[in-house]
Design a protein around this ligand. Structure first.
Ligand code: PRP
Length: 181
């Protein structure tokens, strides 16, 4: 385990199980229809979870990417998610699957829902690896969350602190001394 972590939250094997369950849930919800759903990765945090989930799905999906950022280099959300890079496809009349690494304050999800539904999507389904309900500032939740956590600062498997630790293949709790120094 990385020396800056105080404990492990999800090992690689546990992540693989969560991915399989999330993909099965999506397959059940989106049985092959005429138009494949559009799976959107909310970058950067969801990058690995997104890739793993869509590859584990049996249902055909199309892929798109959006970069949204509200944390900068801090551990606290600014509350104003910024669209850094927009989608390249239209969501008009599409079933949209939004894939997130974590729902924390909920601001990002609210912003994404407004944006996607405002552009005429047919439906909006959210799958998130983590849910941190204790920090919710706005009443919104994912349709499917793999793992609920308390108010700990977690990193790895896409999740960062100041853009670091994203490439750890597991998720762990960051030592307080790292972000409080
Ligand atoms: C993180 C995470 C979610 C969002 C959740 O993204 O990936 O998108 O915060 O927090 P919220 O519920 O409080 O809005 P961040 O803005 O840190 O950008 P990143 O994905 O590039 O790390």
């Amino acid at each position: 385990m990385n020396k800056d972590l105080e404990s492990l939250v999800l090992s690689e094997d546990q992540i693989a199980e969560k991915v399989k369950d999330a993909a099965a849930w999506l397959d059940e919800r989106f049985k092959a229809g005429d138009t494949p759903p559009l799976a959107i990765s909310v970058l950067k945090g969801s990058v690995f979870f997104f890739c793993d989930v869509v590859r584990a799905m049996q249902t055909p999906v199309q892929l798109d990417f959006m970069t949204v950022s509200s944390y900068g280099s801090s551990t606290k959300s600014t509350g104003v998610p910024k669209i850094v890079m927009d989608l390249s496809s239209s969501v008009q009349d599409r079933d949209v699957i939004l894939i997130e690494d974590i729902v924390d304050s909920g601001h990002t999800l609210v912003r994404m829902k407004e944006l996607i539904m405002g552009r005429g999507a047919k439906s909006f389904t959210v799958v998130s690896l983590f849910d941190k309900p204790a920090r919710r500032a706005v009443p919104i939740r994912a349709d499917y969350s793999c793992f609920e956590i308390g108010d700990e600062f977690i990193v790895g498997y896409g999740l960062d602190y100041a853009q670091q630790y994203r490439n750890l293949p597991y998720v762990g709790i960051l030592k307080r001394e790292i972000y409080e120094k």
